[in-house]
Design a protein around this ligand. Structure first.
Ligand code: SF4
Length: 110
């Protein structure tokens, strides 16, 4: 039966090392959501990603995404496609060992 993995907001994926890639459109949406200009958002909250192909949201020294605040995502309503797409649209081997998403039968809300 068709199904999908439901995020349980464990925030494990917000604590992994690596890029949180954002598109140009997402820069605009997130900056507006945070009530700042795109330049302010880019200079204060992003860096060049590892491949030097675009921007990534900054992380803390312990690898936590800087948008992870008080156990939740500060920009959940406008979070990047990379975050929304995990673990249904992309994942990696043995991801279930570190992610608490639960299997749900039926269609995922778009
Ligand atoms: S933007 Fe939000 S969901 Fe994405 S890694 Fe950062 S805290 Fe997690």
């Amino acid at each position: 039966m068709a199904g999908y993995y439901q995020c349980e907001r464990c925030t494990a994926c917000c604590k992994w090392p690596g890029d949180v890639n954002i598109t140009d459109d997402e820069v605009g949406t997130i900056a507006a959501y945070l009530d700042m200009s795109q330049d302010e958002f880019i200079s204060q909250h992003t860096r060049l990603n590892k491949n030097r192909t675009g921007l990534s949201i900054l992380e803390r020294p312990n690898h936590e995404c800087i948008m992870l605040v008080d156990g939740g995502c500060k920009i959940h309503a406008v979070k990047p496609e990379q975050c929304k797409g995990f673990p249904n649209r992309w994942n990696f081997p043995n991801w279930q060992e570190v992610c608490h998403a639960t299997w749900q039968e039926g269609e995922m809300d778009s």
